[in-house]
Design a protein around this ligand. Structure first.
Ligand code: PMP
Length: 445
């Protein structure tokens, strides 16, 4: 099946091109974050409304991106807008605490079993960084382990081993802790052990070999960059049990996957982490990150009797706008709301898979709850190396994303698609129909 020649997107209009030519003067590569998709230029957005967004050329799209899975209620969710509008009048940031931070903290503590206490920051990157610092301070050890290919934001240690290619990722038994940028201090790689996802035996051996050098294992239960592959129970069991034997903390990075359920992803997969990192959905569309965990570990942030072991501050940390937006957004994510999203996700994944099977097309669908991903592969991948996008597959994904765009759907070319509570049955049907049409078109090329 050849897919490269599916025509360029019909819907990338002149205004996006004009804005991009201005942007190229003021931003390196014309964008201000590496993850902005472009084909060949980015689509500039004018506004979002519920499940849809409108670009600067006035064209409307169903949004399966939702800002990297952040907007669980879609765009412009009424209750959040009203609460934030009130808060704007009352003040957007203070050096003093507000009741709003306690409200959001209480909500999260009551839902997420791993969190007894919590601290708020502004991004997932920061939250992962503070979780790692907390683990180091608690254990007095420098090194961390993490999963090959998994994304945890931009802290040097959390980034290592994230960008491996077949030429650089090294032995399967000891993957390389590849730095993500030239000039990373060499000591970073010395203090990062890379485990392969779903390789229970390999993970156990590596954790045992590193032993008491490890402060923590950072584990995203379903890493998006690995392809939203389901974690195998024996892998989770091996990682957590071996960590316990050596006094290594388990950090569950649920910045993205907290959306998998009312209690988050660790509840779903039976993990009892010592620290849990959250972000995205808990800010209701505003910047946020959070690190929480058991009282004894969180004590490293306690500065009430002298300097805290880990100083965690931040000019905008726990700003009342993010706190209010997050609380209102999460209050509307009742257990019933999570269950509805789960059913919607099951239906979409099931129908996409049925379309693939009917046409015997070379694709597989992964994901859980409201998250899904379509891989141009015949076999279900089980780790980063298997999920790795080969050059031919990249063209196929681009072609599919273009086709979706030409049919009025934003489908993340390289990443994770997600549903929001704003989506209707009709929206979901449209996703499946467009995919089925794409398979029909692609098979004739
Ligand atoms: N961890 C995970 C699992 C993520 O998915 C992300 C963001 N995609 C981050 C950390 C970093 O979060 P942020 O972009 O808010 O810094």
């Amino acid at each position: 099946m050849r897919t490269e020649s599916v025509s360029a997107p019909k819907h990338l209009g002149i205004r996006s091109h004009e804005l991009f030519s201005r942007a190229r003067n003021v931003f390196p590569d014309g964008t201000t974050r590496a993850t902005v998709e472009r084909d060949p230029v980015p689509r500039y957005v004018m506004k979002g409304e519920g499940a849809y967004l409108t670009d600067v050329d006035g064209q409307r799209f169903l949004d399966l991106h939702n800002n990297f899975t952040t907007l669980i209620h879609g765009h412009g969710f009424g209750p959040v807008i009203e609460a934030v509008a009130r808060q704007l009048h009352d003040g957007t940031c203070f050096a003093n605490p507000t009741a709003h931070e306690i409200d959001l903290a209480e909500l999260l503590v009551s839902r997420i079993p791993a969190i007894e206490q919590i601290r708020f920051v502004n991004t997932g990157t920061e939250a992962v960084m503070f979780a790692i610092k907390a683990a180091r301070a608690f254990t007095g050890r420098p090194a961390i382990a993490k999963i090959e290919g998994a994304y945890h934001g931009a802290y040097d240690w959390a980034e290592a081993g994230q960008v491996g290619t077949p030429a650089t990722w090294g032995l399967a038994s000891a993957p390389t802790a590849l730095p993500s940028y030239t000039g990373t201090p060499k000591t970073v790689a010395d203090d990062v052990i890379i485990l392969r996802f779903n390789d229970a035996r390999g993970a156990r051996e590596q954790i045992v070999a590193a032993g008491r050098r490890l402060a923590c294992i950072v584990l995203d239960p379903m890493p998006s960059r690995i392809g939203l592959i389901a974690p195998e129970a024996d892998f989770i069991e091996a990682v957590v049990t071996t960590a316990r034997q050596y006094g290594i903390l388990v950090v569950s990075d649920e910045v993205l996957n907290l959306r998998q359920g009312y209690g988050g992803a660790s509840v779903r997969y039976g993990i009892q982490p010592d620290l849990l990192v959250a972000g995205k959905i808990i800010g209701g569309g505003f910047p946020i990150g959070a690190v929480g965990g058991s009282r004894d570990v969180m004590e490293v942030f306690d500065g009430s009797s002298g300097a805290a072991k880990v100083q965690q501050a931040g000019t905008f940390s726990a700003n009342p706008v993010s706190m209010v937006a997050g609380r209102v957004s999460m209050e509307h994510m009742t257990e019933a709301a999570f269950e509805r999203l789960e059913r919607m996700g099951d239906w979409v994944r099931g129908e996409l898979t049925a379309a693939i099977e009917m046409r015997q097309a070379p694709y597989v669908v992964t994901g859980a709850a409201s998250l899904f991903r379509i891989h141009p592969k015949r076999r279900m991948p089980c780790d980063y190396r298997e999920a790795y996008t080969q050059p031919g597959e990249a063209a196929s994904i681009r072609a599919m994303s273009r086709f979706f765009a030409s049919e009025g759907i934003i489908f993340p070319a390289a990443g994770t698609a997600c549903l929001s509570t704003a989506m209707s049955e009709g929206d979901l049907k449209k996703v499946v129909q467009v995919f089925d049409r794409y398979l029909a078109v692609a098979s004739t090329l």
